[in-house]
Design a protein around this ligand. Structure first.
Ligand code: GLU
Ligand code: ZN
Length: 288
């Protein structure tokens, strides 16, 4: 089976060096494994996604010399796929409706922390963990609601202790890749929101559904998304989807902090281009 890689930017801004690094690493690994490279536009967030950013992404990737296989997948065109996945979880009682505001979630987390004389527990993104308000007091019908995963029930449904994924552990001398089996701890996400109040999906749900529908076998993305993989692995198990191999690369600010200061990192690729950088220069600056 031919491996499938993907680059999946969100069109809520211009691509910068960090994106270029991730895209080029995907290209490199796809070549190394004789695989295909797909492009997916993660545009579920209608307020933040802009068509001019989509155009800019196409242009910048093209300028870098990146070529993608197959048609581009736009998440916004596949809301049905996400509702189907959500329905299947809902039918098994794994989701519950929640009308909490951010403030109520934060307030409840604080109250609970006080009661336990402990600190507020947060998820890996730093958001307060859900303390269960709507499990005790379900929202009134016809309220706009988000749908959250019943984490405890989900963990039991899949025997979470047995769940793991294949994580990249370095290249072999022959140019292949070493993988290690990594266990997951999705409970640190708590009752995560899978369908937002404003859009009937979420990053976590869409990414898992899309990777499966697109036959992605290798996910190459930044370390900032490593913790999310634990939740993604849980969702894959709940939805009966295959689990790709994961390569979480260092963020180039970490590895090359001195040479690539934050301001340079966040400078849009098109600005580099306007200032006379060539694709070859960008590639070599990033180690390709
Ligand atoms: N769209 C996400 C981002 O731009 C990446 C998603 C992924 O690679 O899983 O941060
Ligand atoms: Zn709630």
């Amino acid at each position: 089976m031919q491996p499938v890689f993907r680059f999946a930017p969100s069109p809520n801004g211009l691509l910068h060096l960090g994106h270029a690094y991730s895209a080029l690493l995907n290209e490199q690994e796809a070549r190394r494994h004789g695989g295909r490279l797909l492009l997916r536009i993660e545009d579920i967030d209608r307020l933040r996604s802009r068509s001019e950013h989509v155009q800019a992404i196409f242009e910048d990737l093209d300028w870098l010399g990146l070529a993608f296989d197959g048609p581009v997948r736009f998440q916004s065109a596949h809301m049905d796929d996400y509702s189907k996945a959500a329905d299947s979880l809902r039918q098994r009682g794994l989701l519950f409706a929640c009308d909490c505001t951010r403030q109520r979630v934060a307030q409840e987390a604080k109250t609970r922390a006080l009661l336990l004389s402990d600190q507020v527990s947060t998820d890996p993104d730093g958001a307060p963990l859900y303390a269960g308000h709507c499990l005790r007091t379900p929202p009134q019908p016809d309220q706009p609601v988000a749908w959250r995963l019943r984490m405890q029930a989900a963990l039991q449904a899949v025997a979470v202790g047995d769940l793991s994924y294949q994580a990249f552990a370095g290249h072999t001398e022959s140019g292949g890749s070493d993988w290690l089996t990594r266990p997951v701890a999705p409970q640190r996400w708590g009752d995560a929101v899978l369908l937002r109040k404003d859009i009937a999906t979420s990053y976590h749900l869409s990414v898992v559904v899309d990777d499966a529908l697109q036959g992605v076998t290798h996910v190459v993305r930044g370390r900032d998304l490593e913790a999310a993989t634990d939740l993604h692995r849980l969702l894959q198990a709940l939805l009966g989807l295959p689990s790709p191999h994961y390569y979480h690369h260092d963020l180039i600010t970490d590895t090359d902090g001195a040479k690539l200061a934050k301001s340079r990192m966040s400078k849009p690729l098109r600005l580099w281009r306007e200032e006379g950088a060539t694709p070859r220069m960008i590639r070599s600056m990033l180690g390709f």
